[in-house]
Design a protein around this ligand. Structure first.
Ligand code: ENP
Length: 266
């Protein structure tokens, strides 16, 4: 009936299992959390309701139960880079993206929706954002984004894709619409933007041009100290794992090799 994919099979087991995985193994620093209560609050946001009338506020209890501190200087915002961000963040070891918080971790890669006048989830199909924006998944990420931005502090990192069609900084987008407006200026020392192109992709957008320039101007107008780096090396190294022979990858490794072997030890 809807155009989107249905609820992920075994949703309850996955969410409860992820919650325990998170609090016991991924990030025990969050302390004790009640994973069955967290699941109930998550489910009650959308079951037995019109799947097009779910609001971000419906996840308020879920968020309150799963909220924890986001370490300063660890926040990583992004657009069009889901898998790269997952590996770069390293489940919170390097950075803590929204999907590395307990509340984001519970929903990452999953799909879900309920039905009006039934306590059953809909495993056949769910509304897409084009069909109705007040759907269970969209409202979840809006609420999660708002909360994540409000609790981010120190140096804020933003990883954008310089090869993305339509620009590295999409508007509308979660970062533009739900995250920037909810950053707490007095807790933020700097915003570091990284614009990284796909290894075999076009260089569509860079620091100081097109949509990235727009983002830099917006943040500076808001009073932030903004830096921007093209093809930030650490991220490039990670991308190069899959393209060791591409010229973008061999150049930096041969430079490292040559400088290391030619320069005399200091
Ligand atoms: P996409 O469209 O590249 O990727 C969407 C995929 O990322 C979905 O599998 C989604 O899980 C998962 N995901 C992880 N974190 C978020 C998220 N945070 N979010 C929406 N989906 C997320 O991502 P978008 O739409 O451009 O969103 C990027 C935003 O995430 C940025 O604003 C970044 O700062 C933020 P699922 O459950 O839908 O399968 C917020 C919105 O962290």
């Amino acid at each position: 009936k809807w155009k989107g994919e249905g609820t992920t099979q075994n949703l309850e087991s996955i969410v409860i299992g992820r919650c325990y995985d998170y609090i016991r193994i991924v990030n025990p620093a969050v302390g004790e959390k009640n994973c069955s209560e967290i699941w109930e609050a998550f489910k009650n946001a959308f079951v037995n309701k019109d799947p097009c009338s779910i609001l971000p506020e419906d996840y308020e209890l879920f968020i309150n139960l799963s909220l924890h501190t986001i370490p300063p200087n660890k926040s990583l915002f992004w657009e069009n880079n889901h898998l790269l961000v997952n590996s770069f963040a390293g489940r919170g070891r390097r950075y803590m993206s929204l999907a590395d918080t307990l509340f984001g971790f519970c929903g990452d890669f999953l799909n879900w929706c309920g039905q009006a006048n039934s306590i059953e989830l809909d495993y056949e199909s769910c509304p897409t954002t084009e069909e109705c924006e007040n759907n269970a998944v969209e409202s979840f990420w809006r609420m999660a984004s708002i909360t994540y931005a409000q609790h981010s502090s120190g140096v804020i990192h933003v990883l954008l894709n310089g090869s993305a069609v339509g620009g590295a900084y999409p508007e509308p987008g979660f970062f533009a619409d739900y995250e920037i407006p909810n950053l707490q200026k007095d807790k933020i020392s700097q915003i570091a933007i990284w614009v990284v192109d796909d290894i075999e992709g076009p260089d569509t957008d860079s620091c100081g041009t097109h949509t990235v320039e727009k983002l830099e101007n917006r943040l500076r107008t808001l009073g932030y100290d903004v830096t921007c780096t093209d093809n930030y090396k650490s991220v490039m190294f990670l991308l190069c794992v899959d393209y060791p022979d591409d010229s973008k990858c061999t150049l930096s490794s041969s430079l490292l090799f040559w400088t290391g072997s030619i320069l005399p030890a200091a």
